[in-house]
Design a protein around this ligand. Structure first.
Ligand code: ATP
Length: 808
């Protein structure tokens, strides 16, 4: 039977500097497009590949598909049989060995497992030829020859501009090609309009109108790893290190590296020091830190850093200043291309996947009248924004810097950037004098509750440093409420928490016990220590503790103080917040483990790995982990597991393995939340798959258990910890000051002053404990609504579960 006519022939390319996550984009675009009935191509070596096209001897084969199948997905299943990367070999994108095919037809399995790899597997280039009309004419010709008139481009602002120029010029290129007799009138008619969509691949996070560019989170991982490694040697030798990181016009990497690496001083292009001599300022500050007992000093310099007069600041100069003025043994480390490389972190798998899916929809929706869109992320949502508007706004940052309008440059960055800079100052600088007047100062109790989660210590460090800066006294309550009752309490110091940014686990010790073990006793301790504020960092128990304390205000005046719960739990099950501290760290631990597990399959035989993950009664970790690892099945407590589901899953796996290339060992991941079913346990499911797989596939189990809790916190969790802890502190200051205004000794705290800090979109919202109750499913210890739940459908879509199951 003949193939169905594809809805659209679409090509995806990567261009400009490479970044982690580009492969995830290509994978998602190819898969989503095939699912929507499109025919998919990749263009190797960016625009250069478009210009060169396919030489006549190496024409792209037409799709034959399996006989008798008209299902476009199955026809597309393994087109190319993995030859994609072997064909038309090249040592270098612009090198002499380039030959053969550049516009390559790809199928479903060609992009399998791609997102675990860094860089871009289809190659990228900077093409001077594409910048010429002649080059673009050839590019148009090459596309039309293949019947393609839709392209998805992943690259920086230059690449996206190139795509827009190409689109605008397309009608003229088509008529020129027809006039030159290179295409027929019918081809000209058929391909009168070029559809384009852009996605931003850039490690600098330098594009306006999107909160995060593809590759920036991974680059930040590399920077933090470097800082963490340098930290120990710097401390051992009492050295100073100057780290140069990428970012010509954008200081995001330097700033976030500084925040999450606990640096002493940072130099950014968009906010140079305002003082006349930044050298004096830096030395003064670092000397203060040394005088306080610090044995290491870290300065981060963005590649494009300069002083307020635009005089470039180089790392070597910073080193000379520190050596000469402070006599510090100073070394320079330029991270360079290590920042681009390496395996993508979880976020650089999830976000590009979501963006790739949206990009295909944008192409399918495109008409000659719709603007060219760029797919971005705003407030945690995937959005389409007018591409050239974003490019223009991006350029205006560089222009503002050029004319020394640094306020404007900062205003063009998103609000989180500005907040992060404030956060850096608040947590890195040891002020000579506290900022607040005596009567406004508080005694702040800090407690960890529930299981440890990455970022708990970073949040505590932030709160402590902020307290000291303001003149508050920060008290560590060790081991939760039992520790409070046992007087396991001490005051924390600026230096004492210095290394806590990078530490996993809980430095304070944590405990699940709630205050109702002895409410009267807890209130007495509040009185004894004269606490004016309480911050509880933890999971669902911390929320419950907050509710109990708030309720108990009726009986105990000591609880009439501001109290905040900062969610920190790998389960991410606290109601109303999209992210808890620790959830990103554990997602990354999960991705690392699954990559390693999957690799072992290729060395053995076809194997299904059933991987059990934590998460309590919340399927967040399993679901997002499935999206980040390309797992083919996910079991969550929300959906549960039934025998019918298992029967279908076995059917799916058998069908799926039967479609694989013979002789190639394939590993597949099934992710199961620890509480998804009481009956169908990890062992039962693994045995069932093994039994049913017969000769086709084997099955093994792995339980990741507590590995997901430990480890060094991810940069995202550290940065979130700083942002949220600072907001908690100013929230408590605000409510403390309201209490101070009340006459008399018996103060009555406002009901809003006991709240949970939540992330909703990019906004941070304090939700009063009383209001949280209606959003909490207390029996299941999770929220009543879980925004991420629909991702489970996407996980199934991206393994074509429905289509494979429906095929007899
Ligand atoms: P990075 O952020 O890594 O520099 P980029 O996409 O901005 O990535 P560029 O070198 O500016 O990198 O652009 C990549 C390619 O896009 C260029 O080599 C060129 O082929 C194409 N391109 C850029 N600008 C234009 C333009 N104005 N017209 C046509 N093509 C362009």
């Amino acid at each position: 039977m003949a193939d169905k006519k594809p809805k659209m022939k679409l090509a995806v390319l990567t261009s400009g500097g490479d970044s982690a996550g580009m492969n995830a984009v290509v994978r998602a675009v190819v898969k989503a497009a095939i699912l929507k009935g499109c025919e998919t191509y990749v263009v190797r070596e960016g625009y250069e590949g478009l210009v060169r096209g396919n030489s006549d001897e190496c024409k792209t084969e037409k799709v034959s598909g399996s006989k008798g199948q008209e299902d476009s997905l199955l026809n597309n299943l393994r087109f190319g049989d993995g030859e994609l990367l072997k064909d038309g070999t090249s040592d270098h994108p612009t090198g002499r060995t380039l030959r053969g095919r550049y516009i390559v037809r790809v199928g479903w399995d060609d992009v399998r497992g791609w997102f675990a790899q860094g860089g871009t597997l289809i190659g990228t280039a900077r093409s001077m030829t594409f910048k010429t009309v002649e080059g673009r004419l050839n590019a148009a010709h090459n596309l039309i020859k293949e019947g393609i008139d839709a392209i998805a481009v992943c690259g920086g602002d230059g690449s996206l501009t190139g795509a827009d120029v190409f689109r605008a010029e397309w009608p003229k290129l088509v008529s020129d090609l027809q006039a030159q007799g290179r295409i027929t009138a019918e081809q000209a008619k058929q391909h009168g309009h070029l559809k384009i969509v852009g996605m931003v691949g850039s490690i600098d996070n330098d594009m306006s109108m999107t909160d995060m560019t593809i590759g920036a989170p991974t680059a930040l991982h590399r920077i933090c790893e470097a800082i963490d490694n340098i930290d120990s040697t710097a401390s051992s030798h009492s050295r100073a290190f100057v780290l140069e990181v990428m970012g010509r016009h954008c200081g995001w990497l330097a700033l976030m590296g500084g925040v999450s690496g606990g640096a002493d001083y940072i130099l950014l292009p968009e906010r140079p020091p305002t003082v006349d001599s930044w050298e004096d300022q830096m030395c003064d500050l670092i000397k203060g830190h040394r005088d306080a007992g610090k044995r290491k000093s870290i300065v981060i310099v963005a590649e494009g850093a300069h002083d307020k007069n635009l005089k470039p600041i180089h790392a070597d100069y910073v080193k000379d200043v520190l050596t000469e003025r402070l006599g510090l043994d100073t070394r320079v480390t330029t991270l360079g291309h290590t920042q681009r490389g390496g395996r993508p972190c979880a976020m650089d798998r999830i976000l590009p996947t979501l963006q790739g899916v949206e990009a295909v929809d944008a192409l399918l929706d495109a008409t000659p009248d719709t603007p060219s869109y760029m797919i971005g992320i705003q407030n945690g949502r995937i959005v389409r924004v007018p591409l050239m508007e974003a490019v223009k706004m991006t350029h205006s940052v560089a222009e503002a810097i050029k004319v020394k309008d640094f306020d404007k440059a900062m205003s063009l960055r998103d609000p989180e950037f500005v907040e992060a800079l404030e956060g850096f100052k608040a947590t890195s600088v040891l002020e000579k004098e506290p900022k607040l007047a005596h009567h406004l100062r508080m005694r702040v109790a800090i407690m960890h509750i529930g299981a440890p989660a990455g970022g708990m210590n970073a949040a505590t460090r932030t709160a402590v440093r902020y307290c000291i800066r303001q003149g508050h006294k920060p008290f560590a309550i060790h081991n939760g409420f039992p520790g409070l009752l046992d007087d396991d309490i001490n005051q924390l110091s600026w230096l004492g928490v210095d290394n806590w940014m990078t530490r996993g686990g809980s430095e304070l010790g944590t405990n699940r016990k709630l205050p109702d073990i002895d409410l009267g006793g807890v209130a007495a301790k509040f009185q004894q220590y004269k606490f004016n504020a309480l911050i509880m960092i933890g999971g669902f128990e911390a929320y419950k503790a907050l509710s109990i304390l708030e309720q108990a205000r009726k009986h105990y005046p000591a609880f009439h103080v501001p109290m905040v719960h900062l969610p920190a739990t790998i389960s991410n099950n606290v109601p109303m917040t999209e992210f808890s501290l620790g959830s990103d760290t554990s997602l990354n631990a999960l991705v690392d483990a699954c990559d390693a597990i999957k690799q072992s399959a290729s060395a053995s035989r076809n194997r299904v790995f059933v991987v059990e993950v934590q998460g309590g009664k919340c399927g967040y970790l399993a679901t997002m982990g499935a999206l980040a690892t390309g797992a083919c099945i996910v079991y969550t407590p929300e959906r549960g597991i039934t025998l019918d589901m298992l029967r279908n899953d076995v059917k799916y796996l058998k069908k799926r393995y039967s479609l694989d290339i013979k002789g190639k060992n394939e590993g597949r991941i099934v992710l199961k939340n620890e509480t998804a079913s009481e009956v169908y346990s990890l062992e039962v499911i693994t045995k069932m798959f093994k039994e049913e797989g017969g000769k086709m596939f084997d099955s093994r189990s792995a339980s990741l258990g507590h590995t997901l809790q430990g480890g060094i916190p991810s940069p995202t969790d550290r940065a979130r910890a700083v942002r949220l802890a600072l907001k908690c502190m100013s929230f408590m200051e605000h409510h403390h000051q309201l209490l101070l205004k009340q006459p008399g000794n018996l103060k009555k705290a406002n009901v809003d002053s006991a709240a949970v800090i939540t992330i909703q979109g990019s906004g941070v919202i304090f939700v009063p404990a009383t209001e949280m109750q209606e959003h909490a499913d207390t029996a299941n210890r999770r929220g009543t609504q879980e925004g991420w739940a629909k991702v489970a459908d996407l996980v199934e879509d991206l393994v074509a579960r429905k289509q494979i199951l429906e095929k007899e």
